[in-house]
Design a protein around this ligand. Structure first.
Ligand code: E4P
Length: 215
């Protein structure tokens, strides 16, 4: 499973990219707004750090302007993927852009039928939001399982990005389910490393070494 970072924070992206853990990046308008920086400048900087797909989202909600924004954004770098919301206008825009060879990440996917429509329209990625479904007492990961089953039945060139990840178990479950990608917020990425027994074990190794050989 590929790891994308779900952030527009370039310091965090660089930090994990230096460990070889970042296959791509996803952003959304909320994440970019949080950084308080120029949108295009941030996206350009991310493409200079990560050699993989970088999702940048359109802010228009009608297909004509979505297409215009998408064409503009995709000129910035070959790795730019255009994130488009899963609405009828978005599907229309995705269909037009896919024919031009522009890669689409269809976002705000909350049902199997939405994922199926996105794949049929030519989206290269679908982003089911597991955390937001869990928030309303639906099991987000069941949606990922269903989409996996549908995509495995056919020959869609569409990868599943598990999005709205809130904890390490979401990442593990995404891998168990056979999702292609998990897009992980930096705070969850950090938690993936931790285990108390690792810390206890290392402290003991160091202590035993020091008692035998000194510092
Ligand atoms: C990424 O593609 C999504 O925009 C993001 O994962 C949404 O996460 P949230 O539900 O925590 O805002």
């Amino acid at each position: 499973m590929k790891f994308f970072l779900d952030t527009a924070n370039v310091d965090k992206i660089k930090y994990y990219a230096d460990m070889g853990l970042v296959d791509g990046v996803t952003t959304n308008p909320s994440l970019v707004a949080k950084e308080g920086r120029n949108f295009e400048e941030v996206i350009k900087e991310i493409t200079s750090i990560v050699n993989g797909p970088v999702s940048a989202e359109v802010t228009a909600t009608d297909s004509e302007n979505m297409v215009k924004q998408a064409r503009q954004l995709s000129k910035m770098h070959k790795n730019i993927v255009i994130k488009i919301p899963m609405i009828k206008e978005g599907i229309k825009a995705a269909h037009t852009l896919a024919k031009e060879g522009i890669k689409i990440n269809m976002t705000l996917i909350f049902s199997p039928s939405q994922a199926l429509l996105a794949a049929k329209a030519g989206a290269r990625y679908v982003s089911p939001f597991v955390g937001r479904l869990d928030d309303i007492s639906h099991i987000g990961m069941e949606l990922v399982e269903t989409i996996r089953g549908i995509f495995d039945n056919y020959d869609f060139n569409c990868e599943i990005i598990v999005a709205s990840i809130r904890n390490p178990l979401h990442v593990v479950d995404a891998a168990v389910t056979g999702a292609d990608i998990a897009t992980i917020p930096p705070d969850v990425m950090d938690k993936l490393f931790n285990h108390p027994l690792t810390d206890i074990g290392l402290a003991k190794f160091m202590k035993d070494w020091e008692s035998a050989f000194g510092k």
